[in-house]
Design a protein around this ligand. Structure first.
Ligand SMILES: [Zn+2]
Length: 323
């Protein structure tokens, strides 16, 4: 089921850092600074960028917080190494133990279905050690090249508040108001995932997310604006917003524990439509954004109830134990 391609949602975002920002390079660098900004080569010249993996980690941890706030123990701890307490257990650890001792008539496909079915909401959307998530992020590149500036900082003694001798360090950062562009892609999402994405984009738009180093010291604030939003389908005779659940048989939905909620459906008849080969492409931006802001009652806002209904139904912790 996950090997077929039913739908692809492509979103383009502009990200502006509202504070100075530093995403540290884990590699040795030619810079004099103790902490250098991560760089890549574009057109053969080094350039600072925001790695897609950092953006994905940021979105995932924010979604985990939203899920836990709305419902206790509804998501796992991705790098948790045990399986006894929901507050420190990870889906991947459960699956590893399960895979080591297969039971019943387990074939590869039933195991894949069961793993998806028993994954917490964050693993379903962002992936785990056992399958690729529905959402992928690209690296964010500067719209106009900016060189990092170097700053000096010093650790302060906790008691005297005086600088600690020998604790002077230098770091690189990009000044505030640099503009980056990046894209997000969702392949075969369930409709609740688009509702969850709406919450993430809203908080990104409102400047509630921080990225990189020294977040508690006034760095790393970012704001994101949705610039383009397209849905690609390969079959959609009624011009409706369809999720993965709409393409599956009831047997497949049961195997993968995917629900089809009895909630209002959305017509895409108003959306600009273009046929490209086997693709049917819909422009969802006008249905979602008004004056550069995500509309409360726009497409993503209307999908929020799908996310709430799904989260209410999640029995991740008890289901994974009964498996
Ligand atoms: Zn999980």
């Amino acid at each position: 089921m996950l090997k077929k391609l039913y739908s692809v949602f492509q979103l383009k975002l502009q990200i502006v850092n509202t504070d100075p920002i530093l995403v540290k390079s884990g590699m040795a660098s030619l810079s004099d600074a103790d902490m250098a900004f991560i760089q890549t080569k574009r057109e053969d010249k080094p350039e600072c960028f925001l790695p897609g993996s950092s953006l994905k980690g940021l979105l995932r941890s924010h979604m985990e917080r939203i899920c836990r706030t709305l419902k206790e123990d509804s998501v796992c701890v991705p790098y948790g190494r045990e399986t006894k307490e929901p507050k420190s257990a990870s889906c991947s650890q459960f699956f590893k133990e399960k895979k080591d001792k297969p039971s019943r008539n387990n074939t590869k496909s039933t195991i894949t279905a069961e793993i998806y079915g028993h994954s917490c909401p964050a693993c379903r959307l962002f992936g785990s050690a056992f399958f690729t998530g529905r959402l992928s992020t690209s690296d964010a590149y500067l719209e106009k090249k900016v060189s990092p500036e170097q700053r000096t900082s010093v650790a302060l003694d906790r008691y005297t508040s005086k600088p600690v001798k020998g604790a002077l360090f230098t770091y690189e950062c990009l000044p505030a108001q640099c503009s980056f562009h990046t894209s997000l892609t969702l392949r075969n999402p369930e409709l609740w995932m688009l509702g969850a994405l709406g919450y993430l984009l809203w908080d990104l738009e409102d400047g509630l997310l921080r990225l990189g180093a020294h977040k508690s010291r006034g760095m790393g604030g970012i704001r994101g604006t949705l610039q383009s939003f397209q849905a690609i389908y390969y079959q959609n005779p009624k011009d409706e917003l369809l999720g993965l659940e709409d393409f599956l048989s009831s047997e497949e939905r049961e195997n993968y524990q995917i629900q089809r909620f009895d909630l209002p459906r959305f017509s895409l008849k108003e959306a600009k439509k273009e046929a490209r080969g086997v693709q049917i492409r819909y422009d969802l931006l006008p249905l979602t954004v008004e004056e550069n802001r995500i509309k409360k009652d726009g497409l993503l806002g209307k999908l929020a109830p799908y996310f709430h209904r799904y989260l209410e139904s999640v029995r991740w912790w008890s289901a994974i134990h009964q498996w």
